[in-house]
Design a protein around this ligand. Sequence first.
Ligand code: GLU
Length: 419
Amino acid sequence: MQTKSRNCICQDTQRHFLRRAFDSLELEDAQRELLISSFRETRFSIHIMLRRNGGDILRTFQGYRVQHNHARGPFKGGLRYHPEINQGEIRALAQLMTWKTALIDIPFGGAKGGIAIDPAELDSWELEVLTKRFAQKMEPLLGVHQDIPAPDMGTNAQVMAWILEEYSKTHGYTPGIVTGKPVELSGSQGREEATGYGVACITRKVVSGMPLPIKDVRVVIQGFGNVGSHTARGLSKMGARIIALSDLKGAVYSEAGIDVEAAVSHVAQTGWLQGLDATEQLSNDELLELPCDILIPAALEAVINCDNAGSIKAKVIVEAANMPTTHQADTQLRERGVMIVPDILANAGGVLTSYYEWVQNLQEFPWEYESVMRRLEQRMLRVYGEVSHYADENQIDMRTAAYEIAIGRVSRAIQLRGF
Ligand code: GLU
């Protein structure tokens, strides 16, 4: 699928899911307008000199920060470094954050940002300079009670540390300005693995409703970055059988189950899953179509689409990535009785733990690892229960249920505050 069309597909998908929930809630046009429009969309040109082939060249990169809604609290959402991002995609992802923070009921709104760049093109020094310039440009938008970025695809705790440093130059040491920071710089214990661990907890809950013990449930995970690898580690510790994993180069498969810790060490040594002992090589497309009980897309958007929805054999899809299923695929799969645990529920463990990190920063009082993980698991399961209950009561799918709960909360906050 072409990238340009992937971005359009994401926006279409988001619009479609929202319309479904708006119609079901019978919202008027004015209410829809208030819920959809972005509070502010900012685009920056970021210039940097790069030394290439013995000479200096000036490169200009596009940076974005879309602040969608802050009716329930400060804007919150990650920064993505990826060559193919654009304003439309960031806008759709910012909206998704508004629904996600409302669904898990944390006092934040939604935002998203990033730079259109392949971070692998730059060395660490260049990345630091670029990030600090981006932070300078974003500075008027940010604030501990205004807008709090976090990591997303292509960024990590180190990138957050550079933003913290840049912001602190003019505001004094302000750890609460970003979440997903290194623990040594007031980051939270458990934030690194939080999204994947949350996905694992939700998956175990789904499995508890199946007539199979967890060790016999066949799980396939697409993507082995931060979210995919921690989902796999969490699930394998819970006793699940992970039969296939993949990264950008392709997939590895073993019907008997993959040793996930061996996969983590193999990737640490070689950079890729390819060549992992006791596994067969498959393509990413083949992985998605494997017969399995649970499929967990944990990479890019729109990977489950019209081209492959008909061939997907999983009984349940747990969306660890943001927007991995297009709306057409979603309709097809639901009609076939496939259960889909939507992204705004399944991967909310990341931003939930960002909230815990922010609270620890405001209180200047760090929590123990066990305390963070226990609260993470409890809240994820509670929200899963609320969404399932709402879906059953109203005879609707889990995605529409999750959107309806979230939209109801944002709508009420707008109404209470007046606009
Ligand atoms: N990037 C993550 C997400 O999409 C986390 C955002 C955050 O912690 O603010 O949910």
